[in-house]
Design a protein around this ligand. Structure first.
Ligand code: ARG
Length: 458
């Protein structure tokens, strides 16, 4: 057991099968850069607080920097016997600087160490995800600006409901992503506390300065050592932010899968963002958008995975907490891969404005006729019934609402005789919107301006 960090108490080495189950090194090795940053901060603090000599501290820092170089250049070699990244880094440090390496762990435990590593990882990941989301928002805004005036039907129950400006529709997704940015920032806020100095769970007799390590790492110190080693809220916060973002991207994905179908044929993807079939030569499939839907499920799974791990645990470190890493890594990797394709895929897609407009006409304008009556004092319920009758008549006659014979309009309701036919066009309907945040062109212009301002300010 001598090779283990904890080997002193043990007469025999661990069984191989147990070693395999117990080891986190196959996946936590990606924490190495954060682990080393934390160790450097810890080693500096030990020297400044006189817990080890300044000279020892300097040798540790230089050694850790050399290990970091090996990690960054890909030279760093770990083995399963290293158990976890903390052991691997310390083992390599000892190989490089000798016995002084044995002093590094003074006033520290792997419990505060691993919590710190995960927080530094979370901060980094949140920052990259946040920038990725902002890039998608930039692309959405560009596409919204480039397609001013394009009209499509809005849907409820996937049935044509009312005409919308395409820009308005795209900006709806922009708003959702804005909320995702806030959630990602909140996860960063939660991660910004250093647990170093909590040691195993109750603090340490060594005169460590928890504020010093925290500020060296750009963090705040923890308030309670037991909470510091138990808290994984920040990881759940980022996982929730990823899951919610995934649900938003899935919603967009579902729309694009419909829009690019031959039945809708509202949009076409650039060849660079679609794939074919190995058997059907004609196929051009929206795989990337399907994966937005598909990976959203996995992101929800990653969040539940960590919550379920945490829900059975008491305060303090339990080995179950080792299971916090893979769902977090998985979610971050999936989200970054999703975000990486979106901006260009959106920018290079093409819309069939004619087809979209055509689908936005017809009975999708019925609400307009009802609102026209209501504006003339007809109780809305009565107006609704009159226009519903008119739609049924038009269906029987095989004409659109716009081409309904005047006598049918009047039969539906006398006041419909004065209905301007212009109102029964997609453009007329959209121009007729008065309420704030609506799909009316002036309202959408204001939303575009607000979106530009938002992106200029982040
Ligand atoms: N590999 C462990 C983890 O990922 C590190 C912490 C180990 N701490 C302990 N007391 N065994 O959580």
């Amino acid at each position: 057991g001598e090779k283990k960090l904890w080997g002193g108490r043990f007469a025999a080495s661990p069984a191989e099968a147990f070693e395999r189950l117990n080891a986190s090194i196959p996946f936590d090795v990606r924490l190495a850069p954060y682990d080393i940053r934390g160790s450097i901060a810890h080693a500096r603090m030990l020297g400044r607080c006189g817990i080890i000599s300044e000279e020892e501290s300097a040798r540790l820092v230089r050694g850790l920097e050399a290990v970091l170089d090996e990690v960054e250049s890909g030279e760093f070699r770990w083995t399963l016997a290293d158990e976890d990244v903390h052991t691997a880094v310390e083992r390599r440090l000892r190989e490089l600087v000798g016995e002084v390496a044995l002093k590094l762990h003074t006033g520290r435990s792997r419990n505060d160490q691993v919590a710190l590593d995960l927080r530094l990882f979370t901060l980094d990941a949140a920052d990259r995800i946040r920038r990725g989301v902002l890039e998608v928002m930039r692309a959405l805004l560009e596409v919204a600006e480039a397609n001013r005036g394009v009209i499509l039907p809005g849907y409820t129950h996937l049935q044509r409901a009312q005409p919308l400006l395409l820009s308005h529709h795209l900006l709806a997704h922009f708003e959702a992503l804005k909320r995702d940015v806030r959630r990602i920032e909140a996860a960063s806020e939660a991660a910004r506390f250093s647990p170093l100095g909590a040691a195993a769970l109750g603090g340490t007799p060594h005169p460590v300065d928890v504020g010093m390590t925290a500020s060296e790492l750009g963090m705040e110190p923890f308030a309670n050592s037991l909470d510091a080693v138990s808290d994984r809220d920040f990881a759940c916060d980022l996982l929730y932010a990823c899951a919610m973002l995934g649900v938003h991207l899935s919603r967009m994905g579902e729309e694009w899968v419909l829009w690019t179908s031959q039945e809708f044929a509202f949009a076409r993807l650039d060849d660079a963002y679609a794939s074919g079939s190995s058997i059907m030569p004609q196929k051009k499939n929206p795989d990337a958008w399907e994966l937005m839907r598909g990976k959203a499920g996995r992101l929800v799974g990653d969040l539940s995975s960590l919550l379920i791990t945490l829900k059975g645990l008491p305060s303090g470190y339990s080995k179950d907490l080792q299971e916090d890493k893979e769902p977090l890594f998985d979610a971050v990797d999936a989200v970054l891969a999703m975000l990486a394709v979106l901006p260009e895929m959106l920018r290079t897609a093409r819309f069939d404005a004619e087809r979209m407009r055509a689908a936005a006409g017809g009975f999708a304008l019925a609400t307009e006729a009802a609102d026209f009556l209501a504006a003339r004092g007809v109780p809305f319920r009565e107006a609704h019934r009159a226009v519903g009758w008119l739609v049924r008549r038009c269906e029987e006659l095989g004409v659109s609402l716009q081409d309904a014979p005047r006598e049918e309009l009047v039969a539906a309701h006398p006041a419909l005789g004065e209905l301007p036919r212009e109102l029964l066009t997609p453009e007329g309907s959209i121009r007729n919107r008065r309420s704030a945040g609506s799909t009316a062109p002036e309202s959408v212009e204001r939303q575009l301006a607000a979106a530009r301002e938002y992106l200029a300010g982040v």
